[in-house]
Design a protein around this ligand. Structure first.
Ligand SMILES: *Cc1c(COP(=O)(O)O)cnc(C)c1O
Length: 398
């Protein structure tokens, strides 16, 4: 008997709980019609919201830059891995977001850990929406600051906590952290109210807009469109979703960015993303700005899906975004729906606890600007058939 035999028990338990996760292998590019485990599949689960992961212009820039800079960046940004492509992308992201500066991170997870960790410490307090992305929660927990979660999208609940912090155990700095678009529900943070509340309590507001950037807003600026850096002091975005490449960035004031360069450990102690990825992202940033028709098409798909799915009696969430969950409830039933879709060649992931609260398992459908109207019709027809075969899911209380 070894002390690590208990690992095997934990794995067994996870299987019994219908929570075991396994991977599939993609045999083609990230696009709606793809090959998964060598089978043709129509996928509605990618985060490539604008269809840029496989755009010929983005690929071409990637190839050109690789032929100049090679593949690996070779070092961290502070040693000698910071190339001219990284630098230019940072300047273009700063201009796009209307901030003083932007800083590239290797992943969104690291940007969140690094940013929260550099901004707050023991004498400080961090306030997070209950449904924030795991990386934001981990960043808050590991920062050492007093960590509090407020009720989802409930600014009154936040206001109470901030008031208490100021009247009783006053912290040095207060940081409020929220997803822009919530990744499992698809709903949006109440930006105007959050901005007001943070200003009132002298707190900084950090918005992680991984799912809003590129997809929402007139110019693709997402949830922070119309809010400058005096209102949203920390804007975080990822490049592996709407931008179709890889990596992440934080944008804000000169002071913010210099603080991150000096103190954010997940920035300092890691290899820079390949310069060619930065170059490819410059191409996708240009497309995001110059082709608003991608956002318009995406909105048409979303509206059409919502009205048809609601007419079938399915329970959707309050989401104007490409994330359109169908609430099912039980884990086993959610898996059955996902398998029934898969039998028809349609891939939609079943999202279960602990990713979402118990009893709110769901199918998480995501749309991309590269989906066609007829692909959407295929999904709707398949859903209609499952409703006829299995009946509507039992009503779920959120
Ligand atoms: C995907 C995601 C991240 C992590 O970004 P990666 O670049 O994939 O590490 C962070 N926050 C939110 C809200 C996300 O959806």
């Amino acid at each position: 008997m070894s002390a690590f035999d208990s690992l095997q028990d934990a794995l067994e338990q996870r299987k019994q709980d219908h929570l075991y996760r396994s991977r599939r292998t993609l045999n083609a590019a990230q696009q709606p019609e793809t090959l998964i485990d060598d089978k043709p599949m129509l996928a509605f689960c990618s985060n490539d919201y604008l269809g840029l992961a496989n755009d010929p212009r983005v690929i071409e820039r990637f190839q050109q830059a690789a032929s100049i800079y090679g593949v690996g960046s070779g070092a961290s940004h502070l040693v000698n891995g910071h190339s001219a492509e990284h630098h230019a992308l940072e300047e273009e992201l700063a201009a796009f977001t209307g901030r003083d500066r932007a800083l590239l991170f290797s992943t969104g997870y690291m940007a969140n850990l690094g940013c929260i960790g550099a901004l707050v410490d023991k004498p400080d307090a961090v306030f997070e929406d209950k449904l924030n992305h795991a990386s934001l929660l981990d960043g808050g927990l590991s920062s050492g600051a007093r960590f509090q979660r407020y009720l989802h999208n409930d600014v009154e609940s936040l206001d109470k906590r901030l008031s208490k912090d100021r009247s009783k155990d006053r912290s040095r700095r207060r940081l409020v952290v929220t997803d822009g678009v919530f990744s499992m529900d698809g709903d949006c943070a109440p930006m105007t109210e959050l901005v007001e509340c943070c200003a009132k309590h002298d707190a900084w507001l950090m918005v992680d807009d991984a799912h809003g950037l590129g997809c929402l807003g007139e110019t693709g600026l997402g949830l922070t469109e119309g809010f400058d850096q005096s209102q949203v002091q920390v804007l975080m975005g990822t490049l592996g979703k709407g931008f179709g490449t890889s990596g992440a960035f934080v944008a804000g004031s000169e002071t913010l960015i210099e603080t991150l360069i000096q103190f954010a450990r997940p920035y300092i102690y890691t290899t820079a993303i390949p310069p060619a990825v930065a170059a490819a992202t410059r191409a996708s940033l240009q497309i995001v700005q110059q082709e608003p028709e991608r956002r318009e098409h995406l909105q048409q798909l979303i509206q059409h899906f919502r009205s048809e799915a609601q007419a079938m009696g399915l329970t959707l969430m309050d989401s104007p975004t490409p994330i359109q969950p169908i609430l099912i409830g039980s884990e086993a039933e959610t898996l059955a729906w996902s398998q029934a879709l898969e039998a028809q060649g349609i891939l939609v992931t079943a999202i279960r606890p602990p990713t979402v609260p118990k009893g709110t398992a769901r199918l998480r459908i995501t749309f991309s600007a590269s989906h066609t109207q007829s692909q959407l019709e295929r999904l709707l027809t398949a859903l209609q058939q499952i409703v006829q075969q299995r009946g509507l899911p039992e009503a779920v209380e959120l």
